[in-house]
Design a protein around this ligand. Structure first.
Ligand SMILES: [Zn+2]
Length: 337
């Protein structure tokens, strides 16, 4: 009898998907095993060499897809002269170590984020600080334990590394089609960068502007402070840019960055109002607030995103005197101000 067919792949099959963005610039789409099905990385020609912006996940499927796109473009690993990384999330940074091994190219990224992806010293565990943070905000211990076990099993899609240098706000990166300028875009991560290409009136918006969805703006154990306030500043900065096309890291290029920004500002203001409306005199923790706003029936990862996103709105409103933060017995709760 014929053998059972193998179970469906979690990933789409590796395929070479790439498009020119303009003179000397290409978008390459790489697969993700998530609800967000793909990430775009970018290739820029500089003389006889190439720059790669972002890397995709550390996975065979993603690396094979990248390699097949590079092959179609007649670019060998040894033609990659430099790898630039917009921010620390695994779909942007995950394969950096492997690409450096294959190409010999140095990897640069914002220094604040480079510190967060360095290899851990002996006895340090990736999830230890995260677990404490989640507990503080009311995530049940059983869920924290599950997330911790997944992290320990290496299911995070990235490989830590010491990068070769920083990538600064305002830095100008020359390539055959002109000059990219790095623009500060914190909010989705502590020091994310976008890149503006004035010659083509293109904004490489990384994860700061995404079509159809709003980027996750969340407080994390490594990003306290006021991510939503940071993000409002980012939106003001990007609104002011004179660009025609937005080329995002997920999804297709689109026009109309100012309309998108106006709509997204409104979305977060409404979200603040609905979170404030859930609060009373009796303090509740962010995990419970997230459950009320986003619903309980979600995956662990979604619930964690929802909690971080609730916190970013709570931190922002606390800074404006709209909500009160109440600390007791190591738990942080929130009440009406
Ligand atoms: Zn991201």
């Amino acid at each position: 009898m014929a053998a059972e067919p193998p179970p469906a792949l979690a990933f789409p099959r590796p395929t070479a998907k790439y498009w020119p963005v303009g003179e000397g610039a290409w978008q390459i789409r790489l697969p993700l095993p998530w609800q967000l099905v793909s990430v775009n990385v970018f290739l820029f020609r500089r003389g006889g060499d190439y720059l790669l912006l972002d890397t995709g996940l550390r996975s065979e499927e993603s690396l094979e897809s990248l390699e097949s796109a590079l092959t179609c473009l007649n670019v060998g690993w040894d033609s990659i002269a430099e790898v630039l990384v917009s921010h620390l999330h695994p779909d942007h940074f995950g394969a950096a170590a492997e690409i450096r091994r294959r190409s010999g190219a140095p990897v640069r990224m914002p220094m604040v984020e480079a510190e967060l992806v360095r290899p851990l010293g002996p006895g340090r565990e990736f999830f230890a600080e995260a677990a404490e943070f989640l507990g503080t905000h009311g995530v049940p211990p059983s869920e924290v334990a599950t997330m911790r076990a997944r992290a320990a099993a290496g299911a995070t899609g990235h490989e830590r590394l010491d990068v070769d240098g920083g990538l600064a706000v305002g830095e100008q990166i020359d390539f055959d089609g002109g000059t990219l300028t790095a623009v500060a875009a914190p909010g989705h991560s502590p020091a994310q960068l976008c890149f503006v290409w004035p010659e083509a009136r293109v904004l490489f918006s990384t994860d700061a502007i995404l079509p159809k969805i709003t980027p996750n703006i969340g407080v994390q154990w490594f990003y306290q402070g006021d991510p939503l306030g940071d993000y409002f500043g980012t939106l003001d900065r990007l609104w002011a840019l004179d660009v025609d096309r937005v080329v995002p890291s997920h999804g297709r290029p689109f026009r109309g960055h100012r309309e998108w920004i106006d709509g997204t500002r409104g979305h977060h203001r409404k979200r603040c109002d609905s979170i404030e409306a859930e609060l009373g005199d009796e303090p509740i923790h962010a995990y419970e607030i997230a459950g009320r706003i986003w619903g309980e029936d979600r995956t662990l990862l979604d619930r964690r995103f929802a909690m971080s996103e609730s916190l970013s709105h709570l931190h922002y409103m606390a800074g404006h005197g709209r909500v009160a933060r109440v600390e007791s017995n190591g738990i942080t709760r929130w009440a009406r101000a």
